[in-house]
Design a protein around this ligand. Sequence first.
Ligand SMILES: [Zn+2]
Length: 317
Amino acid sequence: MQNRSNRNVQAFALASLVTLIPAFSIAQENAVEYIATSLSPTVTMIKGRGGNIAVSAGEDGVFIIDDQMQPLTDQLLASIRQVSDQPIRFVINTHYHADHVGGNETIGKGGAVIIAHDNIRVRMSRDEFSNFMGNTTPAWPKDSLPVVTFNDQVTLHLNGEPVSVTHVPHGHTDGDSIVHFPASNVLHMGDIYFNGLYPYIDLDGGGSVQGMIAAVELGMSMADAETQVIPGHGPLSNLEGLNAYHAFLVAARDNVQALIDRGMTLEQAVAANPTAEWDEALGKIWITPEQLVIFIYNSLTGVDHFTALESQETTTE
Ligand SMILES: [Zn+2]
């Protein structure tokens, strides 16, 4: 916490730098390729830049799970129109990160109702500082905010199936949901599931490795051998992939817990390299081995990362 104001200054400086290079940003935006994969007669997965999206399109119209990053919304909408030219009726946000809620404002103004867990609206309504990112995401404009919020579960009875959106506490954040399309046999895990890379556990946002493991277990209980599993990031997966991810998370947690039990400090635990067996396959894409150990160690020691939201949440659940 002592570093907070310094980090804010650094983050502000970094943000200023970013605004100096718009040409680079535009080039990046232009480069986005959207890949749509049909998973059932109604459900399509869209990969672009940011979190993976699910689109349900059928007799009752269109709704989507997550809407990626704000500057790319027009491109995303064009890719959704390739699936269906019907208007988007609902958006479900799996959590509050900007690469999952960025399209809310434009799509909401277009007439869609944004649905999300209570804590997503709370976090989007205020400036959010991230120790991990070293920056502050400013409060989102009112039109970006979810207008229907829930504290446990909500079900959308659309396009021939009861689509359940279930809150999983303190996983990747404190506002994650996983979305189950039972007839399509599709599961959208949000950022509970990073497929093919180490997961980001947003401790500042109320996440923990314990909650992430519990959420993966809930997802596993909803899946069978035929289920198509959409991760928040990475390629389409299935129950086998989810099982393997679970085994990795549990083993990594156990390895770090063993070091804590031996009295190691965070620095000593990082130096002991308890994730060595997965580093080559999973630790070279985004989250580094050191960062993963910090997430797990801090989750297990339980200090200094859950915000006041936690006490709010326990009163609503
Ligand atoms: Zn995320």
